[in-house]
Design a protein around this ligand. Structure first.
Ligand SMILES: NC(=O)c1ccc[n+]([C@@H]2O[C@H](COP(=O)([O-])OP(=O)(O)OC[C@H]3O[C@@H](n4cnc5c(N)ncnc54)[C@H](OP(=O)(O)O)[C@@H]3O)[C@@H](O)[C@H]2O)c1
Length: 335
């Protein structure tokens, strides 16, 4: 049992519009030796996630806002360095929400023990085998009620969630379209991940692209982006189509409220379902997700990408990168 130190990342001020490096500060904190029921952990890697942008605003939401001068939290994988809990041994890998710091001592309750030997690289538990992978799985099969052979469009398709959405839909025999932010990402979709049609949304006529890729219309739109993407997809939905409202990253840095889609009334005549969801609404699907996704990843039927930044002091830069398209697949900070 040792007392050690950790560099932690805190919010220095609340970002206005696009986040910047000076919105974050790195401080050095003492990490106490564990007492009864606690474990001391050194983090290996951590997740930066778009939803954190909402927590940087001081407003009521489904999770409370981050406070200035407090260490941020987020998904991370670490190794136990000292343990005062019978179920955790030194050398065990653990998954927790005590990211944005190099090390911590906390009560073991609420921390998941992944065991001494992992079946996949640690970072995969923050991506395809973790929260983003489960978001793709439950959003498509739960919220959107996907049926085999349907036509599916996913935006943010080269990202952590979107790249898995498209591949699950392909495994279900669907015709899959994806949009992404540059030609390299589009090539990844169609050449490596099996998408039937991809396009770069910059300077694109979104409706024309969707009509080209899906002449008979869309049964499912998995929305990671919101704004113009949502409006265009609504124009192209088929009768009784479903829209899974997963995220609206194009709107997260808005400084003024944005008008909604101007064609929402399309949902009336077409009998559309628009269903918002948070991954935790579908906790009952977790065991199925773990079993199926582990199988698909192990067999190579689902591929995953990561973009990594090295060092806790790069966390702010990595976070900003989510909004400039710096990542392909899951954005990870190696610690
Ligand atoms: N509902 C839930 O429970 C849940 C859980 C996890 C994530 N989400 C949401 O799902 C979405 C994807 O999350 P993720 O973790 O997989 O992130 P990600 O897609 O890996 O990373 C964000 C990507 O968004 C794209 N982007 C950024 N600004 C954009 C804009 N203005 N217009 C269009 N695309 C833009 C960028 O790719 P390009 O280069 O393609 O622009 C960027 O790489 C986010 O909206 C997130 O909030 C929801």
């Amino acid at each position: 049992m040792t007392t050690t130190t950790s560099r932690d990342v805190q919010l220095a001020k609340r970002p206005v519009g696009m986040p910047n490096n000076d919105d974050f500060q790195v401080i050095e904190a003492a990490v106490a030796a564990p007492t009864a029921g606690q474990i001391q952990v050194r983090n290996l890697c951590m997740s930066v996630d778009p939803y954190m942008r909402g927590r940087m605003v001081d407003r009521k939401s489904y999770v409370p806002p981050f406070q200035i001068g407090e260490t941020l939290t987020g998904g991370c994988i670490g190794v136990v360095e000292a343990s005062e809990h019978a179920d955790f041994k030194v050398g065990d890998h653990v998954e927790s929400m005590y990211g944005w710091r190099e090390a911590y001592t906390e009560d073991a309750a609420g921390i998941t023990n992944l065991g001494a030997k992992l079946d996949a690289p640690a970072s995969a538990y923050l991506g395809v085998l973790g929260m983003p992978g489960m978001t793709a799985y439950v959003g498509l099969l739960g919220a959107a009620e996907l049926k085999d052979g349907e036509t599916v469009f996913v935006s943010g398709a080269a990202g952590a969630v979107g790249s898995i959405v498209g591949q699950i839909a392909k495994l279900k025999g669907c015709h899959v379209l994806g949009s992404a932010g540059n030609p390299e990402k589009v090539a990844l979709l169609t050449d490596e991940l099996g998408f039937d049609y991809g396009f770069d949304y910059h300077n694109a006529d979104l409706v024309a692209q969707l009509r080209e890729g899906a002449p008979k219309g869309l049964d499912v739109y998995f929305d990671n982006v919101g704004a113009e993407h949502l409006q265009a997809a609504l124009m192209c939905m088929r009768q009784f189509g479903r829209v899974a409202l997963c995220g609206a990253i194009a709107q997260y840095n808005d400084t003024e409220p944005r008008p909604g889609p101007n064609n929402l009334a399309m949902a009336i005549g077409l009998g559309l379902t628009l269903r918002g969801f948070i991954v935790s609404h579908y906790d009952h699907m977790r065991a199925d997700f773990r079993r199926e996704m582990t199988g698909w990843v192990t067999s190579g039927e689902i591929k995953y990408r990561e973009t990594t930044f090295d060092g806790i002091d790069k966390a702010g830069e990595a976070f900003k990168g989510l909004f400039t398209g710096a990542n392909t697949g899951k954005m990870i900070v190696n610690i």
